[in-house]
Write a protein that binds this ligand. Structure first.
Ligand code: 8IG
Length: 260
């Protein structure tokens, strides 16, 4: 499988014996992950077997490997492949499978998303407590009956709250996209028990749990869900909210890496 090849390439390229953890940095999070440790090396994602260049504006497409202040080896994936790109499921979960094949035990999945609670203004960070996978698909093939009861690790959420005690929690609803939801779909997501709407993360979480990784999910609310906000959604709004939240996101990631 190409994730084994990608993992081998990461270990040889950066001269490391394995990864301890991986972070996937989604919309709004990329710039927050600079200077989080000693850089051991970096490369463009598409130089590694099975990876594609991210298509979303604001994703640098760089893999950086660092030694964290706690002495752990971490891979920072800046950008990801989404289901809506039409490349299929395997490229979407290649990041977490590669991280697991390289020895990682933990993955931090971050994203930018829409918020369904009016009190969560753009710039709010939310711990993902659970998800609704509305993509009607799965990265798992065959009789892989993976338990998702604690898909988003209660232990890691507690650890995040040691860094930021007031972090709220919410259920992430994964729509395939790439269009944003209609107001009716946003209502549906709310009625179904959702708190956040986005286009990533749940498939990576499923693959990560299959691979035995512990998952922390962090969402940056960059806009209110369609119909909740009086103004139309735009990707520029998303980028601006990420930019404004950068110092806070950086502090959170830095505090996490001291503890992970
Ligand atoms: I950033 O409002 C971002 N990503 N589905 N809905 C969905 N994805 C998003 C949104 C949103 N904002």
């Amino acid at each position: 499988m190409s994730h084994a090849a990608a993992a081998a390439e990461i270990l040889s390229r950066f001269n490391i014996s394995g990864l301890d953890l991986a972070l996937v940095l989604g919309s709004g999070w990329t710039g927050a992950a600079n200077d989080l440790g000693e850089t051991l090396g970096e490369c463009a994602l598409e130089e590694l077997p099975g990876f594609n260049k991210p298509v979303v504006g604001g994703h640098s497409g760089i893999l950086r490997v660092i030694r964290t202040p706690a002495g752990k080896i971490a891979a920072l994936f800046n950008g990801r492949t989404h289901l809506y790109e039409g490349l299929g499921l395997q490229p979407v979960v290649h990041n977490v499978r590669t991280a697991a094949a390289a020895g990682a035990k933990t993955v931090v999945l971050t994203n930018g998303c829409g918020g369904l609670r009016p009190e969560w203004l753009p710039g709010t960070v939310v711990l993902i407590s659970d998800h609704l996978n509305l993509t009607a698909t799965t990265p798992l093939v065959g009789a892989r009956f993976v338990d998702l009861t604690h898909a988003y690790s209660p232990r890691l959420r507690e650890l995040a709250r040691q860094v930021e005690p007031a972090l709220p929690e919410g259920v992430y609803v994964h729509f395939r996209g790439p269009q944003y939801e209609t107001p009716a779909e946003v209502q549906m997501a709310t009625i179904m028990g959702g708190d956040l709407v986005g286009m990533s993360t749940s498939l990576e979480t499923i693959a990560a749990r299959e691979a035995g990784l512990e998952v922390l999910g962090l969402s940056l609310v960059t806009n209110l869900g369609a119909g909740i906000s009086p103004t139309p959604l735009s990707h520029e709004e998303v980028v601006a909210a990420g930019e404004a939240a950068k110092p806070r996101l950086r502090a959170l990631l830095s505090g996490l890496l001291e503890r992970l």
